[in-house]
Ligand binder design. Sequence first.
Ligand SMILES: NC(=O)c1ccc[n+]([C@@H]2O[C@H](COP(=O)([O-])OP(=O)(O)OC[C@H]3O[C@@H](n4cnc5c(N)ncnc54)[C@H](O)[C@@H]3O)[C@@H](O)[C@H]2O)c1
Length: 261
Amino acid sequence: MGKLDGRVVLITGAARGQGEQEARLFASEGARVVVADVLDEPGESVVKDIGSAAVYVRLDVSKEADWAAAVAATKDAFGKIDGLVNNAGILRFNELVSTPLEEFQQIVQVNQVGAFLGIKNVAPEIAAAGGGSIVNTASYTGVTGMAYVGAYAATKHAIVGLTKVAALELAAKGIRVNAVCPGAIDTAMSNPAQLDPAADTEEAAAALDGFYRKLVPLGRVGRPEEVARLALFLTAEEDSAYITGQPFVIDGGWLAGVSVL
Ligand SMILES: NC(=O)c1ccc[n+]([C@@H]2O[C@H](COP(=O)([O-])OP(=O)(O)OC[C@H]3O[C@@H](n4cnc5c(N)ncnc54)[C@H](O)[C@@H]3O)[C@@H](O)[C@H]2O)c1
């Protein structure tokens, strides 16, 4: 018996990183998964690997028409939707006073509007299926500040707010809504060397290790599989039936307090 037997879950940004691990883990727990992304080739390849329990859908989360098409494609493939992981996101580094308006708006459009459109378009389907869960991917920067990621942090705080409001509005329809707030996770977002064929990935990983060994109480960067396990916990009815409206920090203790070591 899998924890998600019979469930159909749409996961955005699932062509790589945390979304990919969520798709793989959820499928291994019995779910049928929709791998949604703007990266067609990697997305198709994840689906090929998972097998008949997965389909790939091209979905730019910032576009409402794409959401309507993704909902239709999911119902075509699997007949219903009863889970959503709003995971897609982008990060840009800039001082607030140097951030071009277009850059700020682009980050809002993908991270914040994307999560809003996901809730808006998918929640009625989950309600029609008899209830289920939504997991939004915020960040540790959704609960505290970090220099040089002002636009990103603003969207991640907004996602925590959206999560609470959606939990209140959707509880009566049997939909639980929670947020994961990852700390530093070893994906292309925090370790762009993963995407550079010329990069020495071992060297980049070692540099990252040294950095996070000092910063993070548990002494290492997080793994995308670990965030996937938290998303599974929040999606699985048997584990989290009485939990809704909450942000869950998963950061190796980074935000626990001020370290003196
Ligand atoms: N890596 C970290 O340290 C970290 C920390 C906290 C939160 N997060 C959040 O976790 C989530 C997953 O990021 P990741 O670490 O796996 O990084 P990643 O860059 O590997 O994955 C992000 C995915 O989102 C997709 N995406 C980007 N724009 C999109 C759009 N408009 N429509 C659909 N898909 C789109 C990308 O193609 C990619 O597959 C993001 O929301 C990110 O903000 C990451």
